[in-house]
Design a protein around this ligand. Structure first.
Ligand SMILES: NC(=O)c1ccc[n+]([C@@H]2O[C@H](COP(=O)([O-])OP(=O)(O)OC[C@H]3O[C@@H](n4cnc5c(N)ncnc54)[C@H](OP(=O)(O)O)[C@@H]3O)[C@@H](O)[C@H]2O)c1
Length: 216
């Protein structure tokens, strides 16, 4: 299976690259923004394409995606400002979805935020605009595309080694999850088609990643 990763140089996606680099069943194509980011992927035998969600057109992104079986969206503006949040987390996500459809790809996996929905969007908090952007990107994916989507809602991402054990479902209280465990969850989502048209929260937990995803 060929997988196109948008936001491939991100902290979650780099763990994903480490999971798939020696996997004979998953071949990654990494979408990066800067030539100097290519070394990390070349060392792992992973092909790169240089594209930017804001600067490049849907057609250019679609051209690069052509021939792959699935897209993972793990890009984000991070803390780089509200304009960037709208440009990348909202419009960039929709550009990636539209490009996937233009390229004839069905499978699309979104790394969303933990909680979306009206209540969370209305609440005044530091991540309110980000939550709104992620919410409507998810809504677009579910309601305005014909993609075979999965939406993963991770808790607070932390940079400690993964445990390979998670908790999945909906309606949990927020908690943390190592980025490495989110990446492993994305690998399991790719392998398990029972996750098509499903969304779920993922937190640190007690269940083996593959088992938890297979049971969804
Ligand atoms: N932080 C949290 O607790 C939390 C919780 C839930 C969900 N999330 C979401 O989880 C996802 C992955 O998180 P992460 O920690 O891996 O994020 P990250 O390290 O900030 O990675 C984001 C990636 O997006 C890329 N990007 C930014 N602007 C772009 C553009 N215009 N075109 C193409 N790519 C662009 C960045 O590229 P460069 O490397 O070139 O900068 C970076 O590689 C994000 O979508 C985030 O919103 C985060």
């Amino acid at each position: 299976m060929n997988v196109f990763v948008v936001g491939a140089n991100g902290k979650v996606a780099r763990h994903f690259a480490d999971f798939v680099k020696d996997d004979s069943t998953i071949r990654e194509v990494a979408m990066i923004r800067k030539a100097e980011q290519a070394d990390f992927f070349e060392e792992r035998g992973i092909e790169t394409v240089l594209l930017d969600l804001v600067k490049n057109s849907i057609e250019e992104i679609a051209e690069a995606m052509r021939g792959v079986d699935a897209v993972i969206f793990s890009a984000g503006a991070g803390g780089s400002g509200l304009e960037k949040t709208i440009l990348i987390d909202l419009d960039g996500a929709i550009k990636a979805m539209t490009a996937a459809e233009q390229a004839g790809i069905k499978r699309f996996i979104m790394v969303s935020t933990f909680r979306t929905g009206r209540e969370e969007m209305a609440r005044e908090h530091e991540l309110q605009i980000y939550t709104i952007a992620k919410n409507y990107a998810d809504e677009w994916l579910k309601n305005r595309t014909n993609l075979d989507w999965t939406i993963v809602h991770p808790g607070i991402l932390i940079n400690v080694p993964g445990t390979g054990r998670i908790k999945v479902g909906m309606g949990h209280d927020i908690n943390e999850i190592p980025r490495q465990d989110v990446a492993q969850t994305l690998v399991s989502v790719l392998r398990n088609d029972n996750t098509v048209k499903k969304e779920f929260e993922v937190l640190a937990g007690d269940s083996d990643v593959e088992e938890a995803v297979r049971r969804l």
